[in-house]
Write a protein that binds this ligand. Structure first.
Ligand SMILES: O=C(O)CCC(=O)C(=O)O
Length: 273
């Protein structure tokens, strides 16, 4: 079998058959997963979802992408089954880890995304999906944005398994790097740090701190490689739909006389319009 020749281990959580059957991690394993995520920036649980079902999902995903330009009667195809299955959007294993890392107040949006590499594609630039929460501080704060990835085929070096630089979520960029789109990291800098390609079976679950450097790699097979990507945020503040917070109604007379800037500032406040 082809290997990368690197010796960096993929941070993988060992999950017992009882935990798998009950879809519940032991408290020790939740802590171990949270620790791997905190210290390396990611944790993988292999083969969480049934292979046959994932294979069906892979076909459904390709159908969605093949029909992307076509009218869908206003309905997004990924807001339907099988994509809205709770095993994906509320995966019990990833949820336990997300909550251990970011607390109970988390939110996400739909539809979620899909990362695809097609045969013959090139190497993606090395990047982060999120910067540091307070980018000017000289240290990294705990995680507040996490992506859950679910590969729909076996991920191998040959089909372009994602390359990840463990530990890089803790790197604080200087201002010059911070101001580039996606905090692009140079090849030279990345080459000084260990990385691995995320080889794993279809239906595994990856919980990754979005600050980790990573990139899609060339797909040298004849088969398209899909990976679902669900983004979760820690909630820090009241949301616009928080009960009662933004409810008191400002009259039209008062609202209309506020400057554009003031209206923008109070845009979630109920007002008569
Ligand atoms: O497709 C991949 O392997 C990774 C892509 C990705 O995570 C990204 O573009 O942010």
């Amino acid at each position: 079998m082809e290997t990368t020749g690197k010796t960096v281990n993929i941070p993988t959580l060992d999950v017992s058959s009882q935990e798998r059957a009950e879809e519940k991690l032991t408290p020790e394993n939740v802590a171990a997963a949270a620790r791997l995520l905190r210290e390396t920036g990611l944790v993988v649980i292999e083969s969480v979802l049934p292979r046959a079902w994932i294979a069906e999902l892979n076909v459904a995903m390709q159908t969605v992408l093949d029909n992307e330009g076509n009218a869908q009667n206003g309905e997004h195809p990924m807001l339907k089954l099988p994509f809205m299955d709770a095993r994906i959007i509320d995966n019990p294993f990833s949820m336990q880890i997300l909550q251990a890392a970011m607390g109970e107040k988390i939110f996400a949006y739909l539809p979620y995304g899909c990362n695809t590499t097609v045969p013959g594609c090139g190497t993606q630039h090395i990047h982060r999906d999120s910067g540091q929460l307070f980018p000017a501080l000289p240290f990294a704060l705990p995680v507040s944005t996490i992506v859950v990835n679910i590969p729909l085929v076996d991920f191998t070096v040959a089909n372009g398994a994602t390359e990840v630089w463990p530990g890089t979520h803790l790197i604080v960029d200087d201002a010059a790097v911070r101001n580039t789109p996606y905090h692009v990291c140079t090849e030279e800098r990345a080459a000084t740090l260990p990385s691995f390609q995320l080889e794993m079976p279809a239906g595994s679950v990856v919980v990754r701190d979005m600050r980790c450097w990573h990139r899609a790699m060339p797909n040298r097979t004849q088969t398209i490689r899909h990976m679902l990507a669900l983004v979760y945020f820690r909630r820090f503040h009241h949301l616009p739909d928080a009960p009662n917070i933004f409810k008191p109604q400002v009259s039209e007379e008062i609202w209309a006389n506020l400057s554009e800037e003031t209206q923008e500032m109070y845009r979630f406040q109920a007002h008569i319009s």
